[in-house]
Ligand binder design. Structure first.
Ligand SMILES: [Cu+2]
Length: 217
């Protein structure tokens, strides 16, 4: 393990060195020699941290090529065998952060989705497994990952519209939120756990309360 880490470290150094040399060459040439056609790649990562004492954790990686985003999510210790709605949230007016206990506006010792909106903003993309990825699919529970053994492995390419919002996401203002907390630990989303969802009273709040959150930087 130690050796492998070391090796990866050296590989990284060599790569950084190469990029450095290329950088020097580019700066000595004229600006117009830069390849204009190639879409610039932007890599973003988010450490996903537990909310609502879900005990879950995970990592998201997004690679943008132009306006196509290759999204990868690895998470564990989510409520088992249950669908987990997940989104990329963004709001121009939001703080572009994850919520914390001080956002529990009604002091019920839970953070619901609405209480987190001043931090992460509304849904920009629904990270579904198939079909539509717009905010309209925000609660399409039959198209979100379920989590055998509490483990999620997700991968999908999502397209973005060009413009200021896409630039904001690439500059580190997007927030990944994975929902679904089995508050009473009985293996299902039920109304006993925390009542009805503030988003859709036909759904238990357990299905929509945020379990994981991380800012894509
Ligand atoms: Cu969400």
């Amino acid at each position: 393990m130690q050796h492998r880490k070391l090796y990866a470290g050296i590989g990284g150094l060599v790569l950084a060195g190469t990029v450095g040399v290329a950088g020097v060459q580019a700066s000595s040439a004229s600006v117009s020699s830069r390849p204009a056609a190639a879409a610039r790649t932007v890599q973003l990562d988010a450490q996903l941290k537990s909310l609502n004492d879900s005990g879950a954790r995970g990592h998201a990686h997004v690679e943008f090529r132009g306006r196509k985003a290759h999204v990868r999510i690895d998470a564990r210790r989510l409520a088992k065998n249950l669908p987990h709605a997940q989104h990329l949230h963004f709001g121009a007016e939001a703080r572009n952060e994850c919520p914390n206990v001080f956002d529990d506006a009604n002091n019920d010792h839970r953070l619901n989705v609405v209480e987190g909106v001043p931090d992460y903003g509304p849904i920009l993309k629904s990270l579904t497994t198939s079909g539509d990825t717009s905010p309209k699919s925000g609660l399409a529970v039959d198209r979100f990952p379920t989590t055998p053994k509490g483990i999620e492995k997700y991968e999908r390419v999502v397209n973005f519209a060009p413009g200021a919002v896409l630039r904001a996401i690439k500059s580190g203002k997007g927030v990944i939120v994975i929902h679904g907390v089995d508050h009473n630990g009985n293996g299902v989303y039920d109304f006993e756990g925390a009542g009805a969802s503030e988003l859709d009273p036909s759904l238990p709040a357990e299905a929509t309360d945020p379990a994981l959150c991380g800012v894509l930087r």
